[in-house]
Design a protein around this ligand. Structure first.
Ligand SMILES: Nc1ncnc2c1ncn2[C@@H]1O[C@H](COP(=O)(O)OP(=O)(O)OP(=O)(O)O)[C@@H](O)[C@H]1O
Ligand SMILES: [Mg+2]
Length: 282
C-alpha cells in the first residue's frame, strides 16, 4: 500500500510565552497513513491528537523531522494550497465551521474561494451534499439544522474541495447519539464508497472499533498502533493508562475473568451478540 501521509521523526514544541522555554510535545514521532485507510486516533486529553491533526495539512509545521502529503513536504510554501486541498480538516464544533446562513452557500464557500467556474461549483456542491445525504436541504437555513446535520454540512464543505483525505478532530463530541451515528455512518460511507482516506480522532471507543487501524497516543508518543483487535487486546496497557474499551470488549474481558471465552473476541455490539449466541448454544 502507498502512504498518503508520511511522518518522519516529527519534533514539535509549543512556546506558551515569548521568552519562555518551549514545551516539547512530539520528540521523534514516525508514522504513515495508507491511501484509502480508516485510522482512529485515541488518547487522553492533552496527548497531542489535535496538534497532530493540524500537522497533517500544514496548519502547524514541524520543528524537526518531516510531514509529507502525497510526497509534498508541508514546509514547502509552494505546496501549501495543494496540501490543504488534499487533506481536509473537520473540527469538533459545527457552529464554528459554518460560515453562511444557507446550506448550499456554506458548502460553496471553499470552491468559490478557489475561484472555480460557477458550473463546476454547482457540481461540487451538489455532489458533496449528496455524499453527506443532505441534498434535499440545499436551500435550507443552516441555523435550523440539528447538530448532526450541521456537522454533515461542515463535512460537505470540506468535500467540495475534492480532498483525498479527511481528518476529523472529535467530530461527534458535541452531538447526541443520533447525530453521532449520522456523522459516523457518513464518514464510513465516504471511506468505503469513495475511497477517501479517513483519520478520525475520537474519545468514543465504539467508533474506534469500526476503523481499520487504531493509534493510541500518550504524552505526544504513539503508545499502541494496530488493528482494533490488536489494540484492544492490550487490556493491561489500556487499563493502566485509564482508557476505556468498547463496551462489548469490556464485557468479553469480564466474562473471560469468570472463565467464559467469547470466540471470536468481540469489539462491537453485533459481534458480541453473535459470540454470546454461539457460546450459549454450545
Ligand atoms: N496553542 C497551544 N499553546 C500551548 N500549548 C498547547 C497549545 N495547544 C495545545 N497545547 C498543549 O499541547 C498538548 C497537546 O494538546 P492537544 O490539544 O494536541 O491534545 P489533544 O490530545 O487533542 O487533547 P484533547 O483530547 O483535550 O482534545 C497539551 O499539553 C496542551 O496543553
Ligand atoms: Mg484535541
Amino acid at each position: 500500500m502507498e502512504p498518503i501521509i508520511q511522518i518522519n521523526d516529527l519534533e514539535f514544541s509549543y512556546t506558551v510565552e515569548e521568552d519562555a522555554t518551549p514545551i516539547p510535545l512530539f520528540q521523534g514521532v514516525s508514522l504513515s497513513i495508507e491511501k484509502g485507510s480508516f485510522t482512529a486516533i485515541l488518547g487522553h486529553n492533552g496527548s497531542g491528537k489535535s496538534t497532530l491533526a493540524r500537522m497533517l495539512n500544514g496548519m502547524l509545521l514541524p520543528d524537526g523531522g518531516t510531514v509529507t502529503v502525497n510526497g509534498m513536504d508541508t514546509t514547502d510554501q509552494d505546496s501549501q494550497l495543494a496540501i490543504r486541498k488534499t487533506v481536509g480538516l473537520v473540527f469538533q464544533n459545527p457552529d464554528n465551521q459554518i460560515v453562511s446562513s444557507i446550506v448550499e452557500e456554506d458548502v460553496a464557500f471553499g470552491p468559490e474561494n478557489l475561484g472555480l467556474p460557477s458550473d463546476e461549483i454547482r457540481k461540487r456542491v451538489d455532489h458533496a451534499l449528496q455524499a453527506v445525504d443532505m441534498l434535499s436541504y440545499a436551500d435550507h437555513s443552516t441555523n435550523r439544522l440539528s447538530g448532526g446535520q450541521k456537522q454533515r454540512i461542515a463535512i460537505a464543505g470540506v468535500l467540495a474541495m475534492n480532498p483525498s483525505c479527511l481528518v476529523l478532530d472529535e467530530p461527534t463530541a458535541m452531538l447526541d447519539p443520533k447525530g453521532r451515528k449520522e456523522v459516523l455512518d457518513t464518514v464510513r460511507r465516504l471511506n468505503r464508497e469513495q475511497g477517501i482516506t479517513v483519520v478520525l480522532i475520537t474519545h468514543y471507543m465504539e467508533e474506534a472499533a469500526l476503523a481499520d487501524r487504531c493509534i493510541v497516543m500518550e504524552h505526544g508518543r504513539v503508545l499502541l498502533d494496530g488493528t482494533p483487535n490488536e489494540v484492544f487486546a492490550h487490556r493491561q496497557t489500556l487499563e493502566q493508562t485509564g482508557l476505556t474499551m468498547p463496551a462489548a470488549c469490556q464485557l468479553a474481558y469480564e466474562l473471560q475473568d469468570m472463565g467464559i471465552s467469547l470466540e471470536p473476541f468481540p469489539l462491537t455490539e453485533a459481534d458480541c451478540i453473535a459470540a454470546l449466541e454461539k457460546t450459549l448454544s454450545k
